[in-house]
Design a protein around this ligand. Structure first.
Ligand SMILES: [Fe+2]
Ligand SMILES: [Fe+2]
Length: 193
């Protein structure tokens, strides 16, 4: 349903399980970045009224996810650490060439956001199924549903504002590129690592 071409090796969860503090820290900043991305759509594309409305709602939702993760960190007696580098996202964002029209830029940004939501959703599903900690399994099951909705929304906006056929081609190409990136990942205790 998410269209991803390479599933995560379930052994990734074994790596995560050994360092819950690390995954929660990284996860908190993924939520912060999702909120920041939603704000950046508002700043960059204010004339897209429907998008601005949805992004306004999304900022609130993602920052509430940030708080949920932060609360988990506090409950376990930890203090939020510094942001981690997201190698996956940094590589992904090199796919589309820079330049082009404003609509093209919007479509590319929407496709990137949709894919990051899709992969996060897949990772949350694995955590919700494989983690030993029952409380965290429930936590990730709920978040998985939210991220699946975000994925659908971003992809829907890309198809609405761009040429649908062209958008579908770009989406497939981006999925292929992402699968290549993923071959090297799945070895670290971060959400996309
Ligand atoms: Fe989120
Ligand atoms: Fe999200």
């Amino acid at each position: 349903m998410l269209g991803l071409k390479l599933p995560t090796d379930p052994r990734w969860v074994n790596i995560v399980e050994k360092n819950i503090e690390e995954i929660l820290t990284d996860h908190a900043f993924c939520e912060q970045k999702a909120a920041s991305t939603a704000i950046s759509f508002i700043v960059l594309f204010p004339e897209y009224t429907e998008l601005v409305q949805e992004m306004t709602a999304l900022v609130k939702e993602e920052i509430s996810h940030f708080k949920m993760v932060h609360d988990k960190i506090i409950a376990r007696g930890w203090i939020l650490g510094r942001d981690r580098k997201d190698e996956y996202v940094n590589k992904l964002l090199t796919f589309f060439p820079k330049g082009g029209s404003r609509t093209t830029f919007l479509v590319h940004k929407l496709l990137y956001a949709g894919l990051i939501e899709a992969r996060s959703c897949e990772r949350f599903r694995l955590l919700s199924e494989e983690l030993e900690d029952e409380e965290l399994r429930d936590f990730y099951r709920n978040l998985m549903v939210s991220e699946a909705n975000h994925y659908t929304m971003f992809l829907g906006f890309a198809r609405k504002y761009g040429d649908t056929e062209e958008v579908n081609k770009k989406w497939q190409a981006l999925l292929d590129f992402e699968a290549e990136i993923m071959k090297e990942l799945g070895k670290k205790e971060t959400i996309h690592g």
